[in-house]
Design a binder for this molecule. Structure first.
Ligand SMILES: [Zn+2]
Length: 73
């Protein structure tokens, strides 16, 4: 079977990373403040700590820590 035949029936839709909602810090949460500070440091391209992957991890952590789920720490 030709490869085109196999793949033509399988639409593949992946979300772009920037389609994920931004993490919103909760008011009065020290952890949110700390995470926001880290995100601000690692997501600036001109920062010596620039690390987009880490920024993404931190956003996941921001979203999850109020659900009682850590981000693997
Ligand atoms: Zn928080």
């Amino acid at each position: 079977m030709a490869l085109e035949t196999v793949l033509s029936d399988v639409p593949i839709t992946l979300p772009y990373p920037w389609d994920y909602p931004a993490a919103e810090p909760k008011q009065g949460c020290a952890e949110c403040v700390a995470i926001t500070r880290q995100i601000n440091r690692v997501e600036r391209p001109n920062s010596p700590d620039y690390d987009p992957s880490k920024a993404s991890d931190l956003r996941v952590r921001m979203r999850r820590h109020h659900d009682g789920q850590g981000a693997g720490e």
